[in-house]
Design a protein around this ligand. Structure first.
Ligand SMILES: [Zn+2]
Length: 45
């Protein structure tokens, strides 16, 4: 399971596949995969 986050509004959604559009704001291609680093910080690489 991966988490995807909207670049536009910051909404997050869990799923196996990348959402084509944001469930919150409806923007397309704004959902980016968030890599889990194992800690609770917001670090991303
Ligand atoms: Zn959004």
């Amino acid at each position: 399971m991966a988490t995807f986050k909207c670049d536009s509004c910051g909404a997050t959604k869990e799923g196996r596949c990348k959402p084509k559009k944001c469930p919150e704001c409806g923007e397309q291609n704004t959902m980016k995969k968030e890599e889990a680093c194992g800690c609770s910080c917001s670090c991303k690489s």
